[in-house]
Design a binder for this molecule. Structure first.
Ligand code: UTP
Length: 330
């Protein structure tokens, strides 16, 4: 995932630029099947967070006192996606351990009468039914999603990237599920990242005139800034039609030599399958990026009932003592 600002952004300009694909999606048909399953790819190498990620998966880096991944599983559960598949890889065994029970730890907490921590430990294992599959080799997000084909079967499913936290108050996934139920096909989350940043993302061309929900007419992975179809970037939430698996099987490696999910979605659009975007304007943190990770920890800690008051007081003093931007310390 690329670098992002974690703040609220103004509404996106919706000019549909010269996308790689310009054919319009066919008339949407409502989806007969509800979305029940979530796929969370966590097999990436996390190179932006080296050396920490030599031994600890980036998805387990703590955001305050919970791994980033727990926020994401909780988001899936809140959206009634109680069946979760994680696509893992080598060096990711700690993720399976995290979602497993630790009876000796529970016994020790029980003996101590530490009910609050016992509840926290239970919450991390009971939040959803978590399954695992291995990706074998990190050949890209599209390839990771393809590993979920047997688990998903013939129904729509959600994909939540394992390092992308969406603020719980923003209900992005719920909105995407509604759009999928209404229109059928596939739905991606979009964020206006500004034209200057679009070359780090999958970019979309959209039909003009949309507001929060847009019809996508083309997609391209990490386009050069001057060729980008718009400043709307795909962020780490998708609701996908199962047809994407057949397309992924035939998708050749693209940008970076990886099998790109963006390329498979572009093929679906070319075939006339409906692909919609939900334009997000809430808070999002790419915890695989160091600056965004720091923002996530500060913001989520300062909003906590237990830690917030003390942390905010310290933070205010700390900020007051900071030298002005650009000034060097004496
Ligand atoms: P990223 O591009 O953020 O993951 O992929 P990365 O490759 O681990 O990150 P850097 O750039 O090296 O720091 C987005 C999500 O897709 C998963 C990652 O684990 C992450 O959650 N992913 C990516 C896979 O599961 N398999 C892959 O082959 C690639």
């Amino acid at each position: 995932c690329p670098v992002t600002a974690a703040d609220r952004r103004p509404r996106a300009p919706r000019g549909a630029g010269p996308g790689r694909v310009t054919r319009l999606a066919r008339m949407p048909t409502p989806s007969a099947r509800p979305t029940r399953k979530a796929v969370i790819p966590v097999a990436g190498m996390g190179t932006r967070f080296l050396p920490a990620t030599k031994a600890v998966p980036k998805e387990l880096l703590p955001v305050v006192d919970r791994p980033a991944l727990q926020y994401i599983v909780e988001e899936a559960a809140r959206a009634a996606l109680g069946e979760v598949l994680m696509v893992t890889g080598r060096n990711k065994a700690a993720i399976e351990d995290f979602f497993d029970r630790v009876p000796e730890l529970e016994t020790a907490l029980e003996k101590k009468g530490d009910a609050a921590r016992l509840e926290a430990v239970h919450a991390s294992t009971e939040v959803a039914q978590v399954h695992f599959v291995r990706q074998g080799e990190a050949r890209g997000l599209g390839h990771a999603v393809l590993q979920a084909a047997a688990f998903v079967g013939d129904e729509p499913f959600a994909v939540l990237l394992g390092d992308d936290i969406i603020d719980a108050r923003d209900h992005l996934l719920e909105q995407m599920l509604q759009v999928q139920a209404e229109h059928g096909g596939s739905v991606v989350a979009l964020l206006d990242v500004g034209r200057e940043n679009i070359d780090k993302y999958g970019a979309v061309a959209v039909e003009p005139g949309g507001t929060d929900v847009v019809a996508i007419t083309g997609l391209v992975e990490k386009p050069p800034v001057d060729e980008a179809p718009s400043s709307l970037a795909i962020i780490g939430r998708y609701v996908l039609a199962p047809e994407v698996f057949d397309v992924l099987r035939e998708t050749a490696p693209g940008r970076g030599g990886e099998i790109q999910l963006t390329d498979a979605l572009a093929t679906l659009v070319e075939r006339g399958e409906p692909v919609h975007g939900v334009v997000f304007s809430g808070r999002r943190y790419d915890t695989g990026d160091r600056l965004d990770y720091l923002k996530a920890v500060v913001q989520l800690a300062s909003e906590r009932d237990d830690l917030g008051p003390g942390f905010r007081a310290w933070l205010a003093e700390f900020v007051a003592d900071l030298p002005a931007a650009g000034a060097s310390e004496a």
